[in-house]
Design a protein around this ligand. Structure first.
Ligand SMILES: CC(C)(COP(=O)(O)OP(=O)(O)OC[C@H]1O[C@@H](n2cnc3c(N)ncnc32)[C@H](O)[C@@H]1OP(=O)(O)O)[C@@H](O)C(=O)NCCC(=O)NCCS
Length: 278
């Protein structure tokens, strides 16, 4: 088995590898070369900082890493780990990390973060062996709201890049895939907001094609008036797929209670893990 970074692999090869490794995954995920490229572009995946394990010159496992600067220094995000079934059971994930972590550290990465489904022991065991620890738990919700909007405030639609989320509305920080950077780089998201004068007092950013809601927030002074319910009902009416919100931290209890109250169902729990490199 050999290890190599992934910048010389084509998107088609990486897509086939991803789909072969995720064919028996807990949640159905199937990528096309286009959707994988969109994931790489929107999440800032760097193939030079990602690693593959190779057998007879063919990639049989991978860890994709995305890189961004943050207030506390350079961060890496594990945007996907997979080993095709025939090559599992040999600690490939741990060995790929042993190869790539010194390179990430040399590049100045201070911390690596990831999310993992709580019912995925091989992945959790591998990450813990590498030194990752659990920071907190995250809940994922899906479903159509089963209540109707109390009244019908005017909702304004704009492309997400025309909207700056007022982050003092936030009780919790979105995970990597839901950050404003990811949303803006993707180009697939729109924002719906409710205005008071020309100021947004509530907003929701989502992808009406996939049903994915990346962000939503109501001004703390304007809560308990049904604005969040109105935005979810509006989005559900436009979405071609079941609305879904992933990775709401358990600390964000009020947000989780709101999603349950409007009829969305918790369907998956994840751990957020991190590893400090320096
Ligand atoms: C997660 C994945 C990458 C790990 O593959 P791998 O590196 O070959 O891991 P291994 O099979 O060597 O297993 C790693 C550890 O988990 C243990 N393990 C494997 N299956 C297990 C199970 N069902 N229950 C408990 N432990 C298990 C192994 O025994 C090993 O621990 P040990 O060294 O203490 O014995 C691989 O299972 C995979 O591709 N799964 C599908 C995609 C996926 O889940 N990706 C992760 C998303 S976060």
């Amino acid at each position: 088995m050999q290890f190599q970074t992934l910048e010389n692999q084509t998107i088609n090869e990486l897509c086939n590898l991803f789909n072969a490794a995720f064919a028996d995954y807990l949640v159905k995920i199937e990528m096309t070369p286009e959707s994988l490229q969109d994931k790489f572009d929107s999440e800032n995946v760097s193939l030079e900082h990602s690693v593959g394990i190779f057998s007879d010159g063919k990639p049989v496992g991978f860890i994709f890493h995305a890189l961004r600067d943050s207030a506390s220094g350079k961060m890496a995000y594990n945007a996907g780990t997979g080993v095709i079934p025939k090559f599992r059971g040999k600690n490939a994930t741990v060995r790929m990390y042993e190869y790539i972590l010194p390179k990430l550290a040399k590049y100045g990465v201070k911390e690596v973060v990831l999310e993992v489904i709580d019912k995925n022991p091989p992945a959790i065991k591998s990450y813990k062996k590498v030194g990752f620890t659990i920071l907190h738990e995250l809940e994922c919700f899906k479903g159509f709201p089963d209540i109707s909007s109390p009244d019908k405030p005017l909702i304004v639609e704009e492309s997400a890049d025309k909207f700056t989320p007022p982050d003092h509305f936030w009780d919790w920080q979105p995970t990597w895939q839901n950050t404003t950077q990811t949303v803006l780089r993707s180009g697939q998201y729109k924002t719906w907001s409710i205005l008071r004068g020309n100021r947004a007092i509530a907003y929701l950013t989502g992808n009406p094609g996939s049903g994915r809601i990346a962000q939503f927030a109501v001004d703390p002074d304007q809560r308990w008036k049904g604005l969040g319910t109105s935005l979810f009902c509006h989005f559900a009416g436009l979405s071609s797929n079941t609305p879904m919100v992933i990775n709401i931290a358990d600390q964000a209890g009020q947000t989780q209670d709101f999603l349950k109250a409007i009829g969305m169902t918790p369907f998956l729990r994840q751990y957020k893990m991190n590893l400090k490199l320096q």
